[in-house]
Design a protein around this ligand. Structure first.
Ligand SMILES: *[C@@H]1O[C@H](CO)[C@@H](O)[C@H](O)[C@H]1NC(C)=O
Ligand SMILES: *[C@@H]1O[C@H](CO)[C@@H](O)[C@H](O)[C@H]1NC(C)=O
Ligand SMILES: *[C@@H]1O[C@H](CO)[C@@H](O)[C@H](O)[C@H]1NC(C)=O
Ligand SMILES: *[C@@H]1O[C@H](CO)[C@@H](O)[C@H](O)[C@H]1NC(C)=O
Length: 659
């Protein structure tokens, strides 16, 4: 009775099995589990408590399974110690991503890694691996990313890297590689770093397009590092002020029209692809989430303006003038009115940008607005002013400004000239002897600081990783734009309370340039935890000091901890130092915000962003990256995470984005 029914059932099961894992049938999850247990007893006995046979293998920490095989093994900063045993990792034959970053692994890379034919990404950076890069590694045809930075690898860099013809990222910096770089020519290679190795000789031609930061701390010459001895200049050099080192920079200026059009088209296509990818990824999960994705895509195209004050054609405002309730009393505006008499010049708001031609409101409107205090900062108090026409603006009342009028107007014109979608625009200002007001767009969701550190009781919802990294990217781009407006242009006061959010949680940088407005009498009463160590005069903040502050901001996003303002004698938290000490002495996972740890598959990106934050907050200004590079790196981290999640969700092919 049973047998006839059973037979088709078994046949069906076998059929399903075969079609589900063709090609993997000889190895299975048990093979993986066995190899992982061996790995655990070799390097992670105490570090991986969840890896025990009483729980399903795919639920173990750091694993991602697909079609019944382990496809990703990610154990960044997990406390692994010792040498990788041979004949173990090679058994995980369906593995695509292998991340063992920030551990204390030693010894050589085992040879049997070459059996991992599906492998696309190896992240071994910041361990103590040593020896030569094994030749077997060069048979990994699918490898897109290889990061061996911050280890003790030695020997020459092998010409066999040329065999990896899908390689997009190769990081070998911070090792003991020596000798010359062979003639590497991997057309897909985009990110390359051999800084801080004992290399010498001339940089091969195909690598000369890389920035000089790819070759720091070596004995190399040529390309971005300037001419090698005996080499002649590629073009007659005309500009004496360039310092003569940056040959690559000189070439950049000569982009042809065609190239510019190409780049522009590339950018547009890139953005469209990203939107499509975003849409596509979300669409796969569920109907509800797909609706959200549509929402999100639409949001990306929304105009950045949060508040567009109404044009003043409705003179209803004036009718209501007499009845105008002082309410919370426009403290700022009242003060302005009082001081109005003292002014020699016009009692006017001066507008910037597109509004300069047709001011949407005037000082009178502002005086009649109801106001509430938004916050007190080092440079003055901010109010929200709601005008009778319904438009809301943020008004900042500056204190300690004793600049002479012409100088003030000159400097504020520079600030007002910065008009960028990721920077909260300074719409207008008012100047009199006793009163200086700045008028900005009002941002309805308040500041990042409030969002991160506000109490749960006051209705704060935890910020997820996606939102945090998007905020980081937008803020970085905003600051990078400010830096792009001039060699000495800086924000001067980057902190989480100066990153404001629109109602879609998109970030905008605000309050840039204020330190340039205060006079010599200005003395900040509190020391900011964002201030770079070399800054002694808060009015003179460099771009590199901005990068430091931005690094602290990133750490704040990642750790959820506030770099508190320390009054003399009071304990303040030096975030960069704290993070470095934790990363050095304990394990990286300890530093992250508990709120973030509940999300899956983001360790990789969190650790990458952490590394970037640490780079930004380097003690020495010269070691900090430029803001444009910071933005580019955050972008890359976000793209690769999108790509990874896409790969995890898509069924079989798992193609990496061709970065
Ligand atoms: C790896 O697989 C081989 C056979 O495929 C097996 O003999 C060996 O024990 C496995 N090693 C580990 C550590 O699981
Ligand atoms: C395996 O893990 C479970 C839950 O994490 C734990 O209760 C159990 O004691 C562990 N078993 C062994 C042998 O470590
Ligand atoms: C590079 O350094 C090695 C010794 O460290 C030396 O033998 C070799 O000649 C150097 N090559 C060049 C091109 O300077
Ligand atoms: C290469 O790595 C070093 C640190 O090892 C870093 O300072 C440098 O900025 C990196 N270069 C690039 C282009 O990322």
């Amino acid at each position: 009775m049973m047998a006839p029914m059973l037979a088709p059932a078994v046949a069906l099961a076998v059929l399903v099995l075969f079609s589900a894992f063709p090609g993997y049938f000889s190895d299975d999850l048990n093979t993986d589990a066995l190899a992982l247990q061996t790995l655990r007893s070799a390097v992670g006995r105490s570090a991986l408590p969840s890896w025990n046979s009483s729980t399903p293998t795919c639920s173990w920490q750091g694993l991602t399974c697909e079609n019944g095989r382990v496809t990703e093994l990610r154990l960044p900063g997990a406390g692994l110690m010792g040498g990788l045993p041979s004949g173990v990792l090679g058994n995980l034959s369906a593995l695509r991503t292998l991340s063992l970053r920030y551990n204390a692994l030693t010894g050589p890379i085992p040879d049997d890694l070459s059996r991992l034919a599906e492998l696309r990404a190896i992240y071994f950076q910041h361990n103590s691996f040593s020896g030569e890069v094994p030749a077997s590694l060069f048979s990994l045809k699918n490898l897109v990313r290889l990061d061996l930075a911050g280890n003790k690898f030695s020997g020459q860099i092998s010409p066999d890297f040329n065999k990896l013809n899908r390689l997009g990222t190769l990081f070998l910096d911070g090792n003991d590689f020596s000798g010359e770089i062979p003639k590497l020519d991997v057309p897909t290679l985009e990110n390359f770093n051999v800084s801080y190795n004992k290399l010498n000789g001339s940089i091969p031609t195909k690598l000369r397009k890389m920035p000089k930061e790819s070759f720091l701390g070596t004995g190399l010459c040529g390309g971005p590092l300037g001419l090698c001895p005996g080499e002649s200049a590629p073009t007659p050099t005309g500009s004496p002020e360039g310092g003569g080192v940056d040959v690559g920079g000189g070439r950049k200026k000569k982009l042809s029209g065609g190239a510019i059009v190409g780049i522009a088209i590339g950018c547009v296509i890139g953005v469209l692809l990203l939107l499509a990818l975003l849409f596509f990824c979300r669409k796969r999960s569920s109907a509800a989430r797909s609706a959200m994705a549509v929402e999100k895509v639409r949001d990306l195209q929304m105009p950045p303006l949060e508040v567009e004050p109404k044009a003043p054609n409705g003179s209803a405002a004036h009718v209501a003038a007499a009845a105008a309730a002082p309410g919370a009393a426009a403290a700022a505006a009242t003060a302005a009115a009082k001081s109005g008499g003292a002014m020699g010049g016009s009692k006017k708001l001066i507008f910037f940008g597109p509004m300069a031609a047709a001011p949407p409101f005037d000082l009178e409107d502002l005086l009649r607005a109801s106001a509430e205090v938004l916050g007190k900062g080092a440079f003055g108090t901010a109010y929200k002013a709601v005008m009778e026409s319904g438009g809301g603006v943020a008004v900042k009342r500056l204190k300690d400004v004793d600049l002479p009028e012409p100088e003030f107007r000159e400097r504020i014109a520079v600030i007002g000239a910065v008009q960028h979608e990721l920077v909260v625009p300074l719409r207008a200002y008012y100047f009199s002897k006793d009163e200086k007001l700045l008028v900005y767009d009002y941002m309805s969701m308040g500041s990042l600081s409030a969002l991160l550190h506000g109490s749960r009781a006051s209705g704060r919802t935890p910020l997820d990783w996606e939102t945090r990294s998007a905020i980081a990217l937008a803020a970085a781009r905003g600051v990078a734009h400010i830096h792009s407006t001039g060699p000495t242009a800086s924000h001067g006061n980057i902190k989480s309370s100066n990153v404001l959010l629109t109602k879609n949680y998109e970030a905008r940088v605000s309050d840039h340039g204020l330190p340039t407005l205060v006079g010599p009498s200005f003395s900040p009463t509190r020391v900011s935890g964002y201030r770079a160590p070399e800054v002694t005069d808060i009015r003179r903040v460099s771009q590199k000091a901005d990068v430091y502050s931005f690094g602290v901001l990133l750490l704040e996003l990642l750790t959820g901890k506030a770099p508190t303002h320390a009054v003399v004698n009071e304990e303040g938290l030096d975030l960069p130092r704290w993070v470095q000490s934790v990363v050095r002495e304990e394990w990286t996972a300890e530093v992250f915000d508990q709120e973030l740890l509940s999300y899956q598959n983001i360790e990789e990106e969190m650790v990458q962003l952490l590394q970037l934050a640490i780079d930004c907050s380097a003690q020495h200004p010269d070691r900090r990256p430029a803001m444009s590079e910071v933005a580019a790196r955050i972008d890359e981290i976000r793209r690769s995470s999108l790509g990874n999640r896409h790969a995890t969700e898509s069924a079989r092919d798992g193609d990496e984005p061709s970065l």
